[in-house]
Ligand binder design. Structure first.
Ligand SMILES: *Cc1c(COP(=O)(O)O)cnc(C)c1O
Length: 459
């Protein structure tokens, strides 16, 4: 038998490549700081990058060289301490190391039959998240690829639940379904609505940006019959604002409506003593998501999706096919059954290993220290004549203006820092006006680093 992919050949050449790959990974993990690096226009990359995917192949050594010399430097390192745009990702070393182990272990994370051990550990983490949120025993779910999938899957379950209840009551469905969310909600919710072919009732929010139950009631008016879910945001991506979850829950419950919390970025704030109170009422929701790849220091890509009553998620999402019966006709916990997916990586394991290594208390401390850096730099900004805070930070996002600057001034400042490989701090927008934004989710992002950026805004 031939072995064209050399899968069972363990000779010096395969061993040498394996060592080189481990060395590469080891060296990358030890860079402190890692290079910021930056993207490159397609044409420039095309000009310097030889063809690699060829009929004969180029060999692993050459491919690794090209990755290290050309491709990696053309991809930004989100764990650079001065990468403060978007929501960066700064994984713990323990979680990165374990991501390698997950890859090497070839585990199908979709069914208990195949992945029991891995799923057991993933579920321990989901149980921790559910308990921290205040959900009752029995709550659980699955790690999906990202917040977008998590939100969509939760909303599909919510609509399924609403339809089941109507059908049990012998009532007809509304001609159009809708869900309710703040006008500050993440774009993935509008996308979910398009995918599901439902409408969104957008709730205008007050000056503090927090959606309340009263805001929801006002926006919905007498259209509750069309509503299958209310989505509160647990930390908006742009400003880190947490909706008033408790009052949203109480309004929605008066109408028997499912409440989902999109906490992709911010829900991790429930672990820090100073920001925990913002999440009051979370124990009353029907589902929530939080992305370990945002503020729980895990590598791309993962989102924890949790249902108060997982059996609804299961009924909404289980795929039926004759070749799957052996997997689905059981009472075991099959992660595939809880979202829009089937095959899945046991992507909760890197976070599990890191939590097991460091303990939950270390996470509380790390998240709290990101909050502290946010408050410290907000104080500096508040006391600077050339700057103005857009709002007091609730979590670890700080948004501010440089007084007297227009869009092109912000762009020139940020381009210069980026070109120099010093920082990635791109202008954002708030109510149509350009602003600057620090998203602080990296333990290596210190107040000093941000002070330097703030200083450089003077001239
Ligand atoms: C990032 C984010 C999402 C989308 O999550 P992905 O993992 O990028 O798909 C959804 N909602 C909020 C509030 C976010 O910050």
């Amino acid at each position: 038998m031939t072995d064209p992919l050399r899968m069972h050949i363990h000779d010096d050449a395969t061993a040498a490549l394996r060592e080189r790959i481990f060395d590469y990974a080891r060296d990358r993990m030890q860079l402190d700081p890692p290079p910021l690096d930056k993207g490159m226009p397609f044409a420039e990359l095309r000009a310097i990058m030889p063809d690699t995917v060829t009929e004969a192949g180029i060999g692993g050594d050459r491919a690794l060289d090209l990755f290290g010399e050309i491709l990696a430097p053309a991809s930004m390192s989100t764990d650079h301490p001065a990468m403060v745009s978007f929501i960066p990702v700064a994984p713990t070393e323990a979680s990165i190391l374990f991501d390698l182990v997950v890859s090497a272990s070839c585990i199908f994370g979709g069914s208990w039959l195949e992945g029991a051990g891995a799923i057991y550990a993933e579920n321990e983490v989901l149980t921790l998240l559910a308990a921290e949120a205040g959900l009752p025993n029995g709550a659980g779910g699955v790690f999906v690829q990202g917040g977008t999938n998590g939100n969509l899957s939760a909303l599909v379950a919510a609509r399924f639940d609403a339809e089941q209840r109507l059908s049990i009551a012998g009532k007809t469905r509304p001609t159009r379904w809708s869900f309710v969310t703040s006008e500050e909600a993440h774009s993935s919710l509008a996308h979910s609505a398009r995918v599901m072919d439902v409408d969104v009732i957008k709730v205008p929010v007050g000056a503090d940006g927090r959606m309340t139950g009263a805001d929801v009631a006002k926006a919905v008016g007498d259209s509750w019959d069309s509503v299958f879910a209310v989505v509160a945001t647990g930390g908006t991506t742009n400003l880190g604002i947490v909706d008033d979850i408790a009052s949203v829950v109480s309004t929605a419950k008066q109408h028997g409506i499912w409440v989902h919390v999109d906490g992709a970025y911010g829900l991790a704030g429930m672990f820090a003593p100073s920001t925990k109170p913002y999440f009051d009422g979370l124990g009353g929701v029907d589902s929530f998501i939080v992305d370990p790849h945002k503020w729980l220091y895990a590598p791309y890509d993962s989102c924890a999706l949790i249902y108060r009553n997982p059996s609804i998620g299961r009924s909404a999402h289980t795929q039926h096919a004759s070749y799957l019966d052996v997997l689905t006709d059981t009472d075991e916990w099959n992660p595939s059954d809880f979202a829009v997916h089937l095959s899945r990586r046991a992507r909760g394991l890197p976070l599990w290993f890191s939590l097991a290594t460091h303990g939950v208390a270390a996470y509380r401390e790390a998240i709290e220290s990101n909050n502290m850096v946010a408050r410290d730099i907000a104080d500096v900004i508040r006391n600077s004549d050339h700057l103005e805070l857009v709002c007091d930070p609730m979590l670890s996002v700080v948004v501010f203006r440089r007084i007297g600057w227009a869009q092109e001034d912000y762009a020139a400042w940020s381009d210069e820092l980026w070109e120099a490989g010093k920082a990635a701090c791109f202008p954002s927008k708030y109510k149509g006006e350009p602003v600057l934004r620090f998203a602080i989710v990296n333990p290596r992002t210190t107040t000093d680093i941000l002070m330097e950026l703030v200083e450089s805004l003077k001239d």
